[in-house]
Design a protein around this ligand. Structure first.
Ligand code: PHE
Length: 345
């Protein structure tokens, strides 16, 4: 004898209450049986015609309850199984496995060299001074004994800020000399690294932005001999303990006397001939005794104090050091280029 619709519903309710899927396949089976497009609860809706009229509503309610129950159970089981999966994964974790390597960046070659140079001067008592890249005409030129009509202003093609004759991008780190001398009292012993800008055509050999390091030492009785010895110390720390230097007379508006320092690079191969233009000597920096006009422009008495200053470009030294042939590579941020310097500080 076939069971009446209420009994059939009861049977499904009992079966449903006993369900406990323990893996994804069983859960899927549960879904097909109770919630799928041909599920057994849905099938019972067809039995409604065999229910006496006054109980039809009640039967509908029973089936809806069953459907709801199946849905709630399904969600619960699914949640439980997902959680178990996470637990299982956590248990499977191999605590002895080596960790994935973290991706460490590399320092920019310019920074590597700047750090080296700074370190060399810090060892003999220089302190780092960093200053603004947007300067006024006064700090960049006038204070540095380079008045308006001075031809040296043409030597360093200047970027002025839009519509300004006063604000500019510093053309050299010598502006830091004026910044420090107007705010500190001697003795002054600073090393000033930073970016500078000149309106030059960009090519493999020159760029409109580059880096310099400026040195300044002011005290009573500072002499040219001190400058020479300081530079010799630097050259030997930087280029090797037997490095020879030479000082050639030169001109800068802010130093008197002025000189350029070369280091002996050698003429071992064809590259050396090219790099040193056949002389064996490499020009590294400009230097000199701080012009008395600069001292008085900045409020330091030139009758009491003397000082020396020097300034050097970084890019060219980095190009030599790392055999880089195109200066533009420093500013392109190509990670394939930068990664070559991994591990250096
Ligand atoms: N400022 C000079 C330049 O940019 C370098 C320099 C600095 C020379 C200090 C003498 C003293 O070329």
């Amino acid at each position: 004898m076939t069971k009446n619709p209420f009994e059939q519903a009861e049977e499904i309710a009992v079966k449903l209450a006993a369900e406990l899927p323990t893996n994804a396949d069983q859960l899927e089976q549960f879904r097909i049986t109770y919630l799928g497009s041909k599920n057994i609860i849905k099938a019972l809706f067809g039995e409604i015609k065999n229910v006496e009229n006054e109980r039809k509503k009640e039967f509908g309610q029973v089936l809806n309850d069953l459907k709801l129950k199946a849905e709630t159970l399904y969600e619960g089981f699914k949640e439980q199984l997902d959680a178990n999966k996470d637990d299982q994964q956590a248990l499977n974790f191999d605590v002895t496995a080596p960790s994935k390597p973290t991706n460490v960046g590399s320092r920019h070659p310019i920074s590597i060299l700047l750090n080296r140079i700074i370190n060399i001067f810090e060892r003999i008592g220089f302190v780092v001074a960093e200053e603004r890249e947007i300067e006024t005409d006064w700090y960049n030129f006038t204070a540095m004994n380079t008045p308006d009509d001075h031809p040296a202003r043409d030597m360093q093609d200047t970027f002025y800020l839009k519509d300004s004759t006063e604000y500019l991008l510093r053309t050299h780190t010598s502006s830091v000399q004026a910044r420090i001398m107007t705010t500190q009292k001697p003795p002054i012993r600073i090393i000033a690294p930073g970016r500078v800008y000149r309106n030059e055509t960009i090519s493999a050999r020159s760029h409109c932005q580059f880096h310099q390091v400026e040195g300044l030492y002011i005290d009573k009785g500072v002499s040219f001999a001190d400058l020479k010895q300081t530079l010799l110390y630097f050259a030997r720390e930087m280029y090797g303990k037997d490095t020879q230097i030479r000082l050639r007379p030169s001109f800068f508006p802010f130093t008197e006397p002025s000189a350029e320092m070369d280091v002996y690079w050698g003429l071992k191969n064809e590259d050396d001939y090219r790099i040193t233009k056949g002389t064996g000597w490499l020009e590294i920096l400009g230097c000199g005794m701080v012009d008395p006009n600069v001292l008085s422009n900045c409020g330091i008495d030139p009758d009491v104090y003397t000082g020396f200053a020097f300034g050097m470009g970084i890019e060219r030294q980095a190009m030599l050091q790392y055999k880089i042939t195109d200066i533009r590579q420093f500013f392109e941020n190509d990670v394939r280029f930068l990664r070559q310097f991994k591990g250096a500080i």
